[in-house]
Design a protein around this ligand. Structure first.
Ligand code: MLT
Length: 261
């Protein structure tokens, strides 16, 4: 079912009396990246996905986003749709949103799943790279930026064996509004470092990392997981930065084991 919450496209699947799981996608993707998880997990859970402002079918407005405004959007969705405390499941940029959300409103959440993400803020080099990306979009349009960015996200195996799916993902990202893409880059560049809150997280946490994730590699995610009291760390063989898309069967099994504990 599609709903509109403060202009955002929000999608719900499953029985709303079941425990809620709210998925937040990475950049530059939209809610479709959780399709395989929603298909499986909605059998026993109420699954909520949405398009982060500026991506997919959510409007970009003035394109002036911050990580705080992304968390404001998330909080509105939770307040509107989820009478019970949801499990938050965020990948990469969705993980940045989740980590800041836990810091701001842990009392509204029941558990946390962090996929291919990190608590560290952008380094100076990272910020300069964001600026390069914005310049590239301004000068050449978004297509080449999107192609290069997404190519770094996937392990070679997926690009080789799932060519059609890969092309669909790239083409979908090419259809996003350039102002929305740039707004997300600025929001990520300006986000806070949430590392100091990790040791204070008390809700159960699952940390998932593709073994071949070059953007948020296993050693970075393991070190993050070690700082969270009640945390399980798993790596996914054969996957890069988009582990739920690349290896959905294994990732779904880990998520279901965690949710049903
Ligand atoms: C993502 O997948 O959301 C991005 O790689 C995050 C980032 O660029 O930091």
């Amino acid at each position: 079912m599609i709903k509109n919450i403060l202009d955002l496209s929000v999608f719900t699947t499953g029985n709303k009396d079941n425990p809620p799981v709210l998925f937040i996608h990475g950049f530059p993707f939209d809610h479709y990246m959780w399709d395989e998880q929603v298909k499986k997990i909605s059998r026993g859970h109420y699954c909520i996905t949405y398009d982060v402002r500026g991506l997919g079918s959510s409007p970009r407005g003035d394109g002036q986003f911050t990580m705080e405004s992304f968390v404001d959007d998330l909080e509105n969705i939770i307040d509107n749709l989820s009478p019970d405390k949801p499990t938050l499941c965020g990948l990469s940029m969705g993980g940045y949103i989740s980590l800041r959300a836990v810091e701001r409103m842990e009392e509204k959440l029941s558990a946390l799943i962090l996929c291919d993400t990190k608590s560290l803020a952008d380094t100076n080099e990272g910020k300069v790279n964001r600026a390069r990306g914005i310049k590239q979009i301004n000068e050449e349009g978004a297509d080449k930026f999107v192609e290069q960015f997404i190519s770094n996200c996937f392990a070679e195996k997926f690009k080789r064996e799932c060519k059609v799916e890969y092309e669909t993902i790239v083409n979908s990202a090419k259809s996003y509004d350039a102002v929305g893409l740039k707004g997300c880059l600025l929001a990520m560049a300006g986000r806070t470092d949430t590392t100091s809150y990790l040791s204070k997280i008390s809700i159960p946490t699952l940390v998932i990392c593709g073994e071949e994730d070059n953007l948020t590699p296993p050693e970075v995610m393991k070190s993050m997981s070690d700082k969270i009291r009640n945390s399980i760390f798993v790596t996914i063989k054969g996957a890069g930065h988009l582990s739920p898309v690349e290896e959905p069967v294994t990732v779904n099994a880990e998520i279901e084991k965690f949710l049903n504990k």
